[in-house]
Write a protein that binds this ligand. Structure first.
Ligand code: ATP
Ligand code: MG
Length: 384
């Protein structure tokens, strides 16, 4: 019988919490496979999917589950010398070089792994007279994984999955999602570390277009390939930007904007029970992403940490991930982000906290934040 062998990664490091992590992982797998026919079994150290009919679709979906490092589509046979030998004798490899790799999780199977691999190699040679053994760089490796459930799994390759930790196993956070390249990548990276995300997007209609907002919805949908669903909070930022533009020193435009974004984000996060804020900032990428700018932005928050997974990455590295997770093409669509509206010629590169606070006092920040919240629109985004 065909089955899919799933390997968990870092879960092994989790000691006593491992049971909890595994249950979350299994829950997430079931959610991902919703609508498909399959059965799921847990054996020690592995998860098995059996009784499926759409192999490719099942594999495709599983490869996007955080917490799985790799999977193999395998043939499941009984753990007897005859059953394993019989299946191996039917493997056709023509004139390729090969080796057999036996892993014996179940030591009740008495033949040592090396010995058994050699025995099976003999069988392969007998059934494929033109094949030859190469233990170091074989073209084909036949893996035989003898598990504790009385079954052995025979396969010839592993498909890489996402790795990371199961979604939700690290808690929940709020992603500041713009229409750019970086923030979707940041969202992916933190989801991969087990954070279940909600997102907030600030738009400045009519300075930014309806398409700009739609672009963010599309990006969130693309992220849902990995995270199932995202609650997206859309906040109109027009009034805030007009007020800052009218009242504050132009070079502080972005600094103050970002401080107010953080305040709004913190209110949403607290209300929704989210423990951190996630942004796509990368050190030095633009004026608002210097160490000093980030200090001033963080100053607007009371308690929540800001996670910036892209902080140490070059643009090229971020772009690579954006392409891998399929958000890149959407991100480069030309619609304006609200951060580009009223953009000053010379933004402060090293703002000081005191100066920013003083500029901000020219505004009724509390009223502006209230107005943002009053216009909040919530959209629940799901995988398409
Ligand atoms: P991105 O590619 O993610 O847009 P960026 O390089 O354009 O980032 P900035 O415009 O300085 O950089 O924004 C830095 C971060 O602030 C973004 O990664 C995002 O997390 C957040 N952000 C910026 N604009 C918005 C917005 N309109 N709505 C929500 N978050 C935003
Ligand atoms: Mg941007």
């Amino acid at each position: 019988m065909k089955s899919i062998l799933l390997r968990m990664g870092e879960l092994y490091l989790k000691g006593e919490n491992r049971g909890m992590f595994e249950s979350i992982l299994v829950f997430n797998i079931r959610k991902k496979l919703e609508g498909l026919k399959y059965k799921l079994q847990k054996t020690r150290g592995r998860i098995l999917v059996t009784d499926f009919d759409r192999e490719q679709e099942v594999v495709e979906r599983l490869s996007k589950v955080f917490g799985l490092v790799s999977l193999s589509v395998a043939e499941e046979v009984d753990v007897t010398v005859e059953a394993i030998g019989d299946y191996v004798s039917r493997i056709k490899i023509g004139d390729k070089t090969f080796k057999v790799d036996v892993n014996r999780a179940d030591k009740r199977f008495a033949i040592p792994s090396m010995q058994f691999a050699a025995d099976l190699g003999e069988i392969v040679l007998r059934c494929n007279p033109n094949a030859s053994v190469d233990l170091y760089q074989p073209q084909v490796t036949i893996f035989v994984d003898i598990r504790n459930n009385g079954k052995a799994y025979i396969f010839d390759k592993s498909i890489k999955c996402q790795g990371g930790l199961p979604l939700s196993s690290s808690g929940k956070a709020l992603l500041l999602l713009s229409g750019g390249i970086d923030s979707p990548v940041a969202g992916y990276m933190m989801s991969k570390r087990g954070l279940k995300l909600q997102a907030v997007h600030f738009y400045s209609y009519p300075y930014t277009s309806q398409q700009a907002k739609q672009k963010v919805i599309t990006l969130a949908e693309e992220l849902c390939e990995y995270v199932d669903d995202i609650k997206l909070h859309c906040i109109s930022f027009t009034k805030v930007q007009e007020e800052i533009h009218a009242k504050c020193a132009p070079e502080f435009m972005i600094t103050i904007m970002r401080r107010i974004m953080m305040r709004v984000a913190e209110i949403i996060a607290k209300r929704e029970g989210l423990g951190a804020i996630v942004t796509g900032e990368s050190l030095g990428q633009v004026a608002s992403q210097t160490m000093q700018s980030m200090t001033v932005t963080q100053d607007a928050l009371n308690l929540l940490p800001i996670f910036r997974p892209c902080i140490g990455m070059d643009k090229e590295e971020i772009v690579k991930i954006a392409k891998d997770i399929n958000t890149f093409e959407t991100s480069i669509l030309p619609y304006e982000d609200c951060c580009t509206v009223f953009l000053p010629k010379n933004p402060v590169i090293k703002p000081k906290v005191d100066k920013a606070r003083a500029e901000e006092e020219k505004l009724d920040v509390a009223a502006l934040v209230d107005e943002c919240m009053a216009g909040e629109e919530i959209i629940t985004i799901k995988k398409q």
